[in-house]
Design a binder for this molecule. Structure first.
Ligand code: ZN
Length: 96
C-alpha cells in the first residue's frame, strides 16, 4: 500500500500541470473547449490581432436590416467535435 502514495502524489501534481498546459495551448491557438458527457468540442475564436475585425469576430453591414458578417479569422479555421455518448431520446424537448 505504501507504493501507491508516491504515484498518487505524482498524479495529483501532474493533473493541474496538464490542465494548465492545455489551457495555455488552447489560448495560444485561439480555441474554446467545451466538454460534457456527450461530446468534446473545440471551436475557433476570433484573433485579437486581426486587422479586419480587431478581435470582435465580425462587423455589422449597413442598411435598414443590419446583419452581422463573420470574419474569416475564425470562420476559415476548422473546429473539432468528438461525440462520446448518444443523446437520450427527447433531450432537446421542453420539459412541459
Ligand atoms: Zn477577424
Amino acid at each position: 500500500m505504501t507504493g501507491h502514495r508516491p504515484r498518487a502524489a505524482l498524479l495529483a501534481a501532474a493533473v493541474p500541470l496538464a490542465a494548465a498546459v492545455t489551457a495555455a495551448a488552447l489560448r495560444a491557438a485561439r480555441l474554446e473547449l467545451y466538454v460534457d458527457r456527450y461530446r468534446l468540442e473545440l471551436t475557433p475564436l476570433p484573433r485579437p490581432d486581426c486587422p479586419d475585425c480587431h478581435g470582435e469576430g465580425g462587423w455589422w453591414t449597413g442598411g435598414p436590416d443590419p446583419d452581422m458578417e463573420a470574419c474569416g479569422c475564425w470562420t476559415d479555421r476548422r473546429g473539432l467535435r468528438l461525440p462520446f455518448l448518444p443523446r437520450p431520446a427527447g433531450w432537446d424537448e421542453p420539459p412541459f
